[in-house]
Ligand binder design. Structure first.
Ligand code: ARG
Length: 264
């Protein structure tokens, strides 16, 4: 889903906001690698290494978002990925490292649950759960519980995954990619994004200097903390820009809603 690029602010607003962000983020870590890592900045990986990593595709198996298998027939993704979709218009593909592959398991979708409070990614509530018609033969990921709010401590290392574009205006990656990014303090993310950052529903991750981030096509995919699903790729200002970290759905807030769907 490429429909949620954030509308660019006016130049004056952007400069003022960027200055505030730079000040607020001074204490945050900087990216050490000069070369691009995954996603944007990062390394290639496989669905063997991350068996719960699903491609969300159209009926022709063209990938447009990511998803995370959390039970044999349940996949967590972003609500904004499912807008306008129907059970017949989407597929979930597991065990397929390459976009141009034909291997793995193609799952049909029998139900799409979109958080009923969802309106726009910048308003929060960006979570959806897909129910598959048949089980995926891959090991699901665990996900954070509603009480695990401590996992989002600033500076905590998180892992991102996806087939999205490897630069802000670049092309998608044929091979699955991954990178690690530090969780950003809520106060810093507020400095970057103002009222678009809804602290209860979102968590930010990235380096002050940019360079490593999720990007278009990574949406719906996982942000892992300690190996558990803790966030969903949601939105950001451009990709990997200094002072503008990626914004992820704060899954602990929605954990009980997800569990209700997993058990339904
Ligand atoms: N909304 C994008 C998508 O649909 C994800 C954007 C993530 N952006 C970022 N700077 N982290 O794929």
């Amino acid at each position: 889903m490429f429909g949620t690029r954030r509308v660019r602010k006016t130049a004056a607003t952007l400069v003022a906001t960027a200055a505030a962000a730079a000040t607020a983020l001074l204490a945050a870590p900087t990216a050490s690698a000069a070369a691009p890592q995954p996603v944007v900045g990062g390394t290639t990986t496989t669905t063997t290494a991350y068996p719960f990593m699903m491609q969300i595709t159209d009926a022709s198996q063209n990938q447009f978002c990511g998803g995370t298998l959390v039970a044999p027939r349940k996949v967590v993704t972003a609500a904004h990925c499912m807008v306008g979709e129907t059970t017949g218009s989407v597929r979930v593909v597991g065990g397929r490292t390459y976009l141009n592959g034909t291997n793995g398991t193609v799952g049909k979708v029998s139900k799409i649950w979109i958080n009923p409070d969802y309106s726009d990614a910048t308003n929060g509530d960006d979570v959806a759960v897909l129910t598959l018609s048949t089980s995926m033969p891959y090991t699901p990921a665990s996900y954070v519980s509603s009480s695990q709010t401590g996992v989002y401590a600033a500076g905590t290392t998180a892992r991102i995954l996806g087939w999205g574009t490897t630069s802000e205006n670049g092309g998608s990656s044929n091979q699955l990619r991954t990178a690690t990014v530090p969780i950003v303090a809520d106060s810093s993310c507020r400095s970057s994004y103002g009222s678009d950052f809804v602290q209860s529903d979102m968590v930010c991750a990235g380096y002050t200097s940019g360079g490593v981030d999720t990007c278009q096509g990574d949406s719906g995919g996982p942000l892992l903390i300690g190996g558990a699903l803790a966030g969903i790729t949601s939105w950001g200002e451009g990709c990997a820009e200094a002072g503008y970290p990626g914004v992820y759905t704060r899954l602990a807030t929605f954990s009980d809603l997800v569990t209700a769907q997993v058990n339904s």
